[in-house]
Design a binder for this molecule. Structure first.
Ligand code: GLY
Length: 570
């Protein structure tokens, strides 16, 4: 069982539910333009400052990819919880004409990584070793990813996309109440892991509204602004990363940094009730899982049963159980492991997988696979959705893994390192921090990318853009995106209502249905429990940031009130 640092465990607790917090949302049903709908573009992200940076880029004539690059860098400043330079992510792109692409800028294992590097002499996982400190970090991919995206699709100058973030780092941003609380809780952990100091800690406690200035981070952003990807993977920033590694027992080398490459991959494309779903292929498990989930429930009358009705929940849980069992066995970095991608999404396969499902009682996860694990403790990543004036769209999910990653800010460079190595199967069958298990497909190998759950997705309806969607939430990412899509397509909700709706989650192991408070009414709960579904109420699930295009061509947002998320449109 992995130890959870005190501050981190409360990341998702005490999040106030504030409906209609955002400016760019509409709580009602789809309709023609309202004051909350926009024609020319929309950015929805974890922080208002970042969404504003994105919309400013769109107004200057930048396209959705330009805005995405600017938002990614802005989030690294104003949302250090998960926005990052030292992490990685995935981008799904759809042009206004319907061309699609996806970019993998996932972190990878350093060349010196080895299969058993987090095990003790008895072969047991060493508590915290894959979670905290520099040894937990994979080779960062975000800067290479943004540079690659800009090279291929960008319209504005690179430097103009980075400058707003330089200014935010130099002049400071106002920490929110949630951030102040978490930073204060992490004070001792940050102090221990950053003995030379970091902008994330200060004398006394952080107060909501107080400014955080990040001078070292600003210098790193200036290097990136002026030298592109080389400003990060070479020169003074790379020197600072390697010095941090050498001081603290990490293994990322200059060669690892220089060799890192973002990879364009063919997106996964499937159908659900006539909508085209464009999403991320491995090394994310998210795209395959999303299409497995949608394919497993498509043959059933969800709309007739109703949102979160007992039959709806039962069917979805059984689909989730089988999908996550497949994830554990069959998914890994496709450059190292042959993922049976096509087979996993075939409708005949999904039918066969669901064939032992019984309405009378719950399937036991032990009948599908084995293992025992702790519940998920903290689920940090961040997602943003963008549409520009021409109708090009970007769905981008990016992460440090845990909140504030490895809790190490590189001295002299001011950015946080990820703790993504924990997304590998440290030991086959042993759970990671999300309680997910894996096997050979996701074992650690030098230069391999660790399996992810991130599920950026774009949906089309009759050849036109319909939805841009994604979320953080670790193992709950796929089930949150799944539910958000069903909420709109099957249950006729507006984008904001679909995001706000209470969610539930099952991930095969542990064999329990995790539910947000209020997701199920008491009758539904009793019916499910009587069939053998253990139900556990937990904190918020997901923080979906999404955009929906209505039939009049206006964009409406769903910015998740579980966080400080904000939509800005024009
Ligand atoms: N680090 C969370 C994920 O990639 O799924």
């Amino acid at each position: 069982m992995q130890k959870v640092l005190k501050g981190r465990s409360s990341t998702f607790i005490l999040i106030l539910f504030i409906p209609f917090l955002i400016t760019g949302c509409a709580g009602g049903q789809l309709g023609k333009q309202s004051s909350k709908e926009f024609r020319n573009g929309m950015v929805v992200s974890a922080r208002e400052e970042a969404s504003q940076v994105g919309i400013d880029i769109l107004k200057k004539g930048g396209n959705a990819v330009d805005a995405a690059v600017a938002v990614q860098f802005a989030l690294a400043v104003v949302y250090p919880n998960a926005g990052n330079l030292g992490g990685g992510g995935f981008m799904v792109y759809r042009s206004a004409k319907g061309e699609t692409n996806s970019l993998d800028f996932r972190e990878k294992a350093p060349a010196a990584a080895s299969r058993n590097m987090y095990l003790d002499s008895l072969g047991q996982p060493i508590v915290d070793k894959s979670l905290y400190g520099t040894l937990a970090a994979g080779v960062p991919g975000s800067v290479a990813g943004m540079y690659e995206a800009h090279q291929k699709y960008g319209k504005l100058k690179w430097a103009d996309l980075i400058e707003p973030s330089v200014l935010l780092a130099q002049h400071g941003f106002k920490v929110t109440e949630k951030q102040a609380k978490e930073l204060n809780e992490l004070h001792d952990d940050f102090s221990r892991l950053n003995p030379l100091g970091t902008a994330l800690i200060k004398e006394g406690t952080w107060q909501a509204g107080e400014k955080m200035v990040q001078a070292e981070l600003a210098q790193t952003l200036i290097q990136i602004r002026d030298h592109g990807r080389d400003g990060f993977y070479q020169g003074t920033v790379a020197d600072a990363v390697v010095a941090e590694m050498q001081r603290t027992g990490g293994i990322i080398t200059k060669q690892d940094l220089q060799n890192y490459k973002a990879i364009w991959r063919k997106p996964i494309i499937g159908q659900y009730r006539g909508y085209k779903v464009i999403t991320m292929p491995p090394p994310s498990s998210g795209g395959i899982a999303l299409l497995q989930l949608l394919g497993s429930v498509e043959g059933y009358p969800l709309k007739k049963w109703g949102h979160n009705a007992d039959s709806t929940v039962q069917l979805m849980v059984e689909a989730e159980r089988r999908t996550y069992a497949d994830r554990a066995a069959h998914l890994g970095d496709p450059d190292f492991y042959k993922v049976p991608q096509k087979h996993l999404m075939e409708s005949s396969y999904l039918k066969q997988r669901m064939s032992n499902f019984s309405w009378a009682k719950a399937t036991l996860s032990s009948a599908i696979g084995a293992g025992v694990m702790p519940p998920a403790e903290h689920e940090e990543t961040t997602h943003f959705s963008i549409v520009d004036r021409e109708g090009n769209s970007v769905s981008l999910t990016t992460t440090l893994n845990g909140s504030y990653g490895a809790l190490v800010a590189v001295k002299g460079a001011g950015f946080l390192l990820n703790n993504e190595m924990d997304d590998f199967s440290v030991k086959p069958g042993a759970p990671n921090m999300y309680g997910l298990v894996g096997g050979e497909a996701n074992a650690i190998q030098p230069d391999k990318r660790m399996l992810s759950s991130m599920t950026p997705a774009i949906l089309e309806k009759e050849g036109d853009l319909f939805m841009v969607v994604g979320t953080p939430g670790g193992s709950t990412i796929m089930t949150s995106v799944f539910q958000t899509i069903l909420n709109v397509i099957d249950f006729d909700m507006s984008m904001q209502a679909a995001v706000n709706a209470k969610k539930f989650h099952h991930q095969w192991l542990p064999d329990v249905v995790q539910v947000e408070e209020g997701a199920l009414d008491s009758v539904t709960r009793v019916k499910l429990e009587s069939k053998g579904y253990p139900i556990k109420v937990r904190g918020p699930i997901g923080r979906v940031d999404a955009i929906l295009k209505n039939k009049w061509g206006y964009y409406q947002a769903g910015a998740d009130p579980r966080g400080d998320d904000k939509a800005v449109g024009w």
